[in-house]
Design a protein. Structure first.
Length: 259
């Protein structure tokens, strides 16, 4: 009887304590041809019963940023896990999801959506064929004596551009499995799970462009390089046309007056 009473008291006291606990992390990189990546991170959290009202109030509050939620959750996992020392993330959005009640607390998902530049390097290896190599220095996961690793209950996903063909992967992904030839010819999404070492992580893939893509890319680069000069030439051309029309109109008026 005394033991059961003590157990009930401990359970009651535990339910009254306010705390949050990160249950999982899912980091997805959508790799772009311009060497940037869109990063979507879903962080699952358990919210104790005593913290439910605080979470709901914080979710509805105006102007709370990432730093505020870091203090609230008190977890080192509430950070961007893909960073570039020379290029800050941009178009950052943070969304605390609704709470799913489970009786003695609840679960919620915090979502971070942002973009990072220079996630890959690229080199032209053949006409209209480019090899992209992932820059593993952008990882910001758990550090150990042997380097970075994926923490417990963490999943890393890389999604390659359409038409890409993976040529080098280390360590091998947990998903998908290779085909019967031992390669990943038709795969576009690759995933690594809990405690996978990242210190020697490497990933490269080849993208082949069509002739149309090459032409569009050429003129896009031309426009980016000479857009200022093109605007100046356009303005000068418009001014010259206006001057010509003005002089022509003035000459006509003088001619009519003389007649």
């Amino acid at each position: 009887m005394l033991l059961s009473t003590a157990a009930l008291m401990l359970l009651f006291l535990g339910s009254m304590s306010a705390y949050y606990n990160v249950t999982y992390l899912n980091t997805t990189l959508i790799l772009n041809k311009n060497q940037s990546a869109q990063v979507i991170e879903n962080i699952g959290i358990y919210v104790s019963n005593a913290s439910v009202s605080q979470y709901i109030a914080s979710r509805g509050a105006f102007g709370l940023g990432l730093a505020d939620w870091q203090r609230l959750i008190s977890s080192t996992e509430i950070v961007e896990h893909i960073v570039n020392a020379g290029h800050s993330p941009y178009d950052f959005k943070f969304l605390p999801g609704p709470l799913s009640n489970i009786g003695n607390g609840g679960y919620a998902i915090l979502t971070m959506n942002y973009y990072v530049n220079n996630v890959t390097t690229v080199k032209n290896i053949a006409p209209r064929k480019f090899e992209y190599t992932f820059n593993n220095s952008v990882f910001n996961f758990e550090n150990t004596a042997s380097g970075q690793v994926l923490p417990a209950n963490t999943k890393l996903n890389l999604i390659t551009p359409a038409g890409a063909h993976a040529v080098s992967l280390y360590p091998l992904p947990d998903s998908p499995p290779p085909n019967f030839l031992g390669n990943y010819t038709n795969a576009t999404e690759f995933s690594w799970y809990t405690e996978e070492p990242l210190s020697k992580f490497s990933f490269s893939y080849i993208v082949s462009e069509s002739l149309q893509d090459e032409v569009v890319a050429y003129f896009s680069r031309l426009y980016d390089a000479y857009s200022g000069q093109m605007y100046a030439i356009l303005i000068i051309a418009v001014v010259l046309i206006l001057v010509y029309l003005y002089l022509k109109s003035g000459s006509g008026s003088v001619f009519e007056a003389r007649r």
